[in-house]
Design a protein around this ligand. Structure first.
Ligand code: K2U
Ligand code: ZN
Length: 173
């Protein structure tokens, strides 16, 4: 398994609508394992394929935060939201592609998602709480949407400028 580098905003690949996965093959299984390792290493609770430069509709997540509870790594291939609750929740979101920037984002509190797993089996589940926020954040990534797209233009511009500065500094290092 490999820890892959995570693309930093602004990057055109993070604004791209990703293509569906057409075959669950060994390459995809290696990518899923690398994405989980990269996510845990960051650390994060979710990661979408475009964040590591692969423009495919696959995401991984594990929102288990309590130490006593066993990890629950999930791999979602071609995920689709099939239902969302009327109720909305606000969560202070971050993003591994927009480091050190946080902002309140309001989303449906619960969502039902259908997807295919790595065994090619169709799955469906209702997510609540942090899992619901995370899966919506990750599916947005597959559609080229970032959490800062929900913010007012001025705030989004400020964050983008900070990331451009960070990338210049990293390039010099
Ligand atoms: O897609 C990503 O960049 C991974 C995010 C997922 C995420 C963002 C906001 C809210 C929920 C999930 C990273 O995991 S950000 C790190 C993090 C960790 C715990 C709670 C919130 C964010
Ligand atoms: Zn993100």
């Amino acid at each position: 398994m490999t820890i892959r580098s995570i693309l930093i905003h602004p990057d055109p690949r993070l604004k791209t609508h990703c293509d569906p996965v057409t075959a669950v093959d060994d390459d995809l299984r290696v990518l899923a394992a690398d994405m989980l390792e990269t996510m845990y290493h960051a650390p994060g609770i979710g990661l979408a394929a475009p964040q590591v430069g692969v423009m495919r509709r696959m995401l991984v997540m594990d929102c288990v935060k309590d130490d006593g509870v066993p990890a629950r790594p999930l791999v979602l291939i071609n995920p689709e939201i099939t239902w969302e609750s009327e109720a909305h929740s606000t969560y202070e979101e971050g993003c591994l592609s927009i480091p050190e920037q946080y902002a309140d984002v309001e989303r449906p509190s619960e969502v039902e998602v259908s997807w295919m797993d790595l065994e090619g089996v169709a799955q469906a589940e209702r997510f609540t709480g942090l899992w619901a926020t995370c899966v919506q954040h990750e599916i947005d990534h597959l559609d080229g949407k970032l959490f800062i797209d929900y913010l007012k233009p001025l705030r989004r511009q400020m964050i983008t400028r900070k990331m451009q500065k960070l990338k210049r500094e990293r390039a010099r290092a």
